[in-house]
Design a protein around this ligand. Structure first.
Ligand SMILES: NC(=O)c1ccc[n+]([C@@H]2O[C@H](COP(=O)([O-])OP(=O)(O)OC[C@H]3O[C@@H](n4cnc5c(N)ncnc54)[C@H](OP(=O)(O)O)[C@@H]3O)[C@@H](O)[C@H]2O)c1
Length: 326
């Protein structure tokens, strides 16, 4: 098949391009070429989607195309430029498109979406989900068969987000480890290579409809077990409840002085516990967590990571305060 990837110079786009090449497809990646580089074996076309005529270098027709855009203007410009030239679209949206993160084990069709952000806005988190909803609607209006993949937390080699790799590095370092919340809380992620492979498989099979692009949820205790088995370590975990972490000014999810992949409950009880049985039935295959952890550790230090998590000193401080109070 002739597959076009709008993107392909970083993380997920690159993984999808690599998977498409490995599956024997003729792959074109189109981007500005400023964020990174495309994998071997693809044709790179320089485009700029921020202007309506910025895609003029992209010629010919494609059996399928995959788009990772974040802004409605980029989608509008590419859909106009490629009208009648793409047989099947995959749009990589986000679980942030949902407006309710509190419902555990919900199916994609059960959750409400944000109101769409019709025009591009400021690059702030509040605009991200609404912009994705607007993009989804632009694809729906084309009438071309479209797979909307609402990705959850994407992890693995080449991830600069550092939310998953914090835990891999932390378990690898050893000592007393601050584990947030309870062992029963849900955790959910997808290895970038598995998601990339699914995007390609969906293009091959002409999958349509909206699905969550994330693996099945596990408990946080199973999450630590999976990482530990990949690294062959036996972690010494100290579970600290969310209320105490909040008192200690530990932020959830990401950023400095945070504990990644931990979110306040019950407000976010659904964010990392989507029921993804329809995605698994539609061809998503998730590799063992142990493998993702091992490969992530091997790739740690490559590229520039965005800092997430507690420093060793911050963690020791919070643990000392917890032991003193309990
Ligand atoms: N990471 C996560 O955990 C997570 C979670 C949920 C959903 N998602 C979604 O998953 C997708 C991740 O995609 P990704 O990893 O490939 O990263 P990305 O950062 O979304 O990649 C954007 C791509 O578009 C290209 N691009 C940006 N501006 C452009 C322009 N003006 N004209 C042409 N091309 C442009 C970039 O290349 P150049 O800069 O070289 O042009 C890059 O290849 C995104 O849709 C994201 O919203 C991610």
């Amino acid at each position: 098949m002739k597959i076009l990837i709008l993107g392909g110079t970083v993380f997920l786009g690159r993984a999808a391009a690599r998977a498409a090449v490995e599956a024997g497809h003729e792959v074109t990646c189109a981007a500005r070429g400023v964020s990174g580089s495309v994998p071997d074996g693809v044709t790179f076309v320089e485009i700029d989607r921020s202007s309506p005529d910025g895609l003029s270098a992209l010629e010919g027709t494609f059996d399928a195309a995959i788009d990772v855009a974040r802004w409605p203007s980029h989608v509008r410009n590419s859909l106009a430029a490629l009208e009648g030239r793409v047989g099947h679209w995959t749009f990589v949206s986000s679980c942030s498109a949902y407006s309710d993160d509190s419902v555990p084990l919900a199916l994609a069709h059960q959750l409400p979406l944000h109101d769409p952000l019709p025009e591009d806005g400021e690059e702030v988190m509040e605009n991200y989900g609404p912009a994705k909803v607007a993009c989804e609607q632009l694809f729906a209006a084309t009438g071309v068969p479209t797979f909307v993949c609402r990705a959850g937390l994407i992890v693995g080699p080449e991830d600069i987000g550092n939310r998953f790799s914090y835990w891999v590095s932390r378990l690898d370092r050893g000592g007393e480890i601050l584990a947030p919340g309870t062992p029963e809380d849900y955790v959910q992620w997808i290895d970038v290579r598995d998601l990339g492979a699914w995007l390609v498989k969906a293009a091959e099979t002409g999958l349509t409809g909206a699905f969550d692009g994330i693996g099945a949820p596990v408990t946080r205790s199973e999450f630590f077990d999976g990482i530990a088995s990949g690294l062959s370590v036996a972690p010494s975990l100290t579970w600290v409840p969310q209320e105490f972490l909040a008192e200690q000014n530990v932020s959830p999810w990401a950023g400095e002085r945070s504990l990644p992949m931990w979110l306040p409950l019950p407000e976010y009880a659904g964010f990392m516990s989507h029921d993804v049985s329809p995605s698994l039935a539609a061809g998503l295959i998730q590799r063992p967590l142990a493998e993702t952890a091992r490969d992530t550790l091997a790739a740690t230090g490559e590229g520039t990571a965005i800092r997430a998590g507690l420093t060793a000193e911050e963690e020791a401080e919070v643990l000392a305060a917890w032991h003193k109070s309990s």
